[in-house]
Design a protein around this ligand. Sequence first.
Ligand code: HEM
Length: 484
Amino acid sequence: MEFLELFHLEINGPMVTVALILVLLALLKWYSISAFSSLEKLGIRHPKPLPFIGNMTFFRQGFWESHMKLIKTYGPLCGYYLGRQMYIVVYDPHMIKEVLVKNFSNFTNRMMSGMETKPVADSILFLRNKRWEEVRSVLTPAFSPKRLDEVIPLISQACDLLLTHLKPYAESGEAFDIQRCYGCYTLDVIASVAFGFQVDSQKTPDDPFVKHCRRFFKVSIPRFVVILILSFPSIMIPLARVLPNKNRDEVNAFLSKVIGTVIALRDKQAEEQRRRDFLQILLDARSSPSSVSTELLDNVRQDAQDGELPTHQITSNVQQKALTTDEIVGQAFIFLIAGYETITNTLSFVTYLLATNSECQEKLLREVDQFSERNAELKFSTLEEELPYLEMVIAETLRMYPPAFRFSQEARQRQPPFTYLPFGAGPRSCIGAKMAILEIKLTLLGILRKFKFETCSETQIPLQLKSRSALGPQNGVYIKIVPR
Ligand code: HEM
C-alpha cells in the first residue's frame, strides 16, 4: 500500500480489473510461445513458430510438398511445431533405422492426438506398449501366406465386379476417372475381407455400409476448432472427447453394429459354414489364443535374424491375451483406416504410370500372359514368385508416389542403392504390406488380362497430387481402357 501511496495511487475496482487483464495478457503471451523452445534446446533447425499455432501456416500446401520444402531448407534432421506439439523429421535412412529398428524399444508407440474414440482407439495403430505387442502377435498370423491364400477368392470376387464395371468403358472407348472405380472396388474388398459380407459399392452407392464408410472419411473437424485444439490441448482435447459429434458417433455405431451382428451370426454357425475372412481369423484367435501363441512378431524375428535387433528384445515371449469384442471391432477398422486410401491411390498411380509408359505396359502384358498360361489357379506363393516385373512396377510406383509416406520420403530424391521402406521399418512397420501387394497384384492381373490402359486428352500430365491423410491424385486419374 505504501508503495502505491508513493505514486499517489489508490486501489479501486477498475484498477484491479486492468491489473488482472494485464497479468492475464502477460500469462497468455508467455503461454503462446512457452512450448517453442524444445527444438532449439535439442539443436534441431525449424521454421520460426507463430504464437499459439506454431508452424501450422507452413503446411498450407499439404503435407507432402511442405515436408519436402522443410527438409530442403532445414536439412535431413529438422523439426516443426503444430500448435504446441513438437515434431522431429528424420530424413536420413541410417538415422531412420536407428529409430525404428536398433533403438526401437525407445520408440515403440505411435503418436496419439488424444481425440481417438472407440472403436478406432482399439485398433492396433493406436495401441501402446505391452497391449500393442500382444495384439500385434495375435494379428501377425492373420497375414500369413496360408491366411492370404484363403482371402484370394474373396478379393477375386470383388475384382470380377470391378471388371464388369470397366467393360462398358472399354466398349465405348469413353474416357473416365478410374480412381473412382478403384475407390468402390477397394471398399468392396474391405466389406468382404474385414467386415464379412459382400457389397457392390459402384452399383449400390446408397447401401448403408457404403454410405457410412464414405462418411467415415468425411468426418472432419472445422479449421478453427483444430486451431483451438492445437493451441489449448489440455482444455480442448478432453472437451472435444465429451462433446457429442453426431457424424462420428453415428458412423462408429453403425459399423460396430454391423460387425457385432456378423460376430453373433458366426458364433451360431458350425465351423465349416463360416466364411474364411479376416474377421473369422480374429474370431478364431479370440476363442483359441493358444493356437497362435507360437507365432511371434514377424518383423522382430526377421530383424533379429538379420542381426538388426539386439537379441534381448526378442527373447521375451509375448504372452497371448485374447482380443476383447471391442478390440476385434477395432481391428476390422484397420482395413478402412490403413487400407482404403493407400490401396486406392496405389492402384491409381500404377494405372497412370502404365498408361503414360507404353513400353513398360507392353512388357508387363507379356509377363501377365505368360503367367496366366502357366497358372490356372491363383495362389499367394505363385503371385509372389512368378510376377517379378509386376513386383518391380509396384515397387517403383510406391517409390515415386508413396501413399503413406511417413518413413519413406527419402526415396524420392536419392538414387539406388538405398534402403527404401515404403511400408515403414522395424517391428511397428505395416502389418498389411503383404496383403496390400497381393490385392494390388490380383487387381492388375485381372484388369490387364482383358484390357490395357491408354492416355486421353483428359489425362493430367504430370499428375497433380494432393496430400492430406494420404498422398493421392488431386483430380482423379482420367484414362481410356482398350480391350485386348
Ligand atoms: C499400398 C498400401 C499400403 C501402404 C503404402 C502402407 C504403408 C504403411 C506405413 C508407411 C505404415 C507405418 C509404418 C511405420 O510406422 O513404420 C503402415 C502401418 C500400418 N499399416 Fe499399412 N500400408 C498399406 C496398406 C495396408 C493395408 C491393406 C493394411 C491392412 C490390412 C495395413 C495395415 C497397417 C497397420 C495395422 C499398420 C500399423 C502397424 C502397427 O502399428 O503395428 N496397411 N502402413
